[in-house]
Design a protein around this ligand. Structure first.
Ligand code: PBG
Length: 337
């Protein structure tokens, strides 16, 4: 039989053999098209009150909410590993959540204290501040609610105030994650008015109404409050053209960079955005994606480290400039070895 195989005429290949460059490690390194580096990784942190306090998140094994002092330590570790920026999300104490979300613009809120503590201790690390009401409101929605309706322009007013206290506290990048119309332009104007011309805006431009955010909502404590869904403002996962319109709009309003979220199930959107726009594009490997990898690995179904690196490489291949990922510190350390 073996002889029969050898006799087969391979002339149709015309000498072309695509496996040739894959034969050896050195050759694979030479033809590699994309490379993941620590500089591609943005690390999200969940902030809680207290001192030297960590709490577990049941649906995100391996991720902990950290008190401000521990966030400062985490920021040092991130800097040492070559991570350029952190994305902060507060778990606001229950008694401070309200229908108006007023805690969002309290200059002494948890988010602002974390921003200023990290900025003064570890100024080399970029700080990305999430702006949305779900972390402060009593009903877990990203906007103000009246008669079951999510109010747009009224919400934008609150977001402006929130972005201003965050910028005063030391935020380098304001990241509105709410999907209200007009918030990027409104925040840009307000920041400029107050002299924060250098504060960037990273717009969660194409953010889909997704079930992959479940563990995050446990992490920030908004999930149990949420009634209904977010489909009147976050995007329908059936749509792609609409994502291009959202991105176009946010760029027109002054976004410095845009985000696609969730990540892996939306790589087509990342690629399409890369081909359509010449602006930095970030993808968010969200909490549910993190949980899927951790839990599949814990069940022995996949190789954990391999799955993490493969999933992050996919974002680079799709054209993302960087990835927000809960694996950031571990991966940055691994890449730096
Ligand atoms: C809230 C916000 C969410 C995430 C980031 N900012 C959740 C939501 O929109 O319900 C999700 C991140 C993740 O799942 O890791 N504005």
């Amino acid at each position: 039989m073996a002889d029969d195989w050898q006799k087969h005429d391979m002339a149709f290949l015309g000498g072309r053999r695509l496996r040739r460059t894959r034969r050896t490690t050195w050759s694979r390194a030479m033809v590699r098209e994309t490379v993941l580096t620590p500089g591609d990784l943005i690390w999200p942190l969940f902030v809680i009150e207290g001192h030297n306090e960590k709490t577990q998140i049941r649906t995100m094994p391996g991720v902990e909410r950290l008190s401000v002092d521990l966030c400062v330590e985490a920021a040092r570790a991130a800097r040492d590993a070559g991570i350029p920026a952190l994305a902060l999300f507060p778990n606001t104490p229950d008694h401070l959540r309200s229908e108006t979300g007023a805690e969002a613009y309290n200059p002494d809120n948890l988010m602002c204290r974390a921003l200023s503590a990290i900025k003064s201790a570890v100024p080399e690390v970029g700080l990305i501040a999430d702006v949305a009401l779900d972390e402060y409101s009593s009903d877990g929605q990203d906007g103000l609610v009246r008669d079951g309706e999510i109010l747009n322009d009224e919400t934008v007013e609150v977001m402006i105030r929130s972005a201003l206290v965050q910028s005063r506290a030391g935020a380098d990048i304001i990241a509105p994650s709410d999907m209200m119309d007009g918030r990027v332009g409104a925040i840009r104007a307000a920041l400029d008015d107050e002299g924060h011309e250098q504060v960037q805006i990273m717009a969660y431009a194409a953010k889909y109404a997704s079930c992959f955010y479940g563990p995050f909502r446990e992490a920030v404590g908004s999930g149990g409050r949420l009634r209904g869904d977010k489909r009147t403002y976050q995007m329908d996962y059936a749509n792609s053209d609409e994502a291009m319109r959202e991105i176009e709009q946010d760029i027109a309003e002054g976004a410095d960079s845009v985000m696609v979220k969730p990540g892996l199930p939306y790589l087509d959107i990342v690629r399409r955005a890369r081909d359509s726009f010449n602006i930095p594009i970030y993808a968010y490997q969200v909490s549910g994606e993190y949980a899927m990898i951790e839990m599949a690995a814990a069940a022995g179904a996949i190789d954990r480290k391999g799955a993490i690196l493969e999933s992050l490489a996919a974002f680079k291949r799709a054209g993302a400039n960087g990835v927000l990922t809960y694996f950031a510190l571990e991966v940055a350390r691994e890449l730096g070895r």
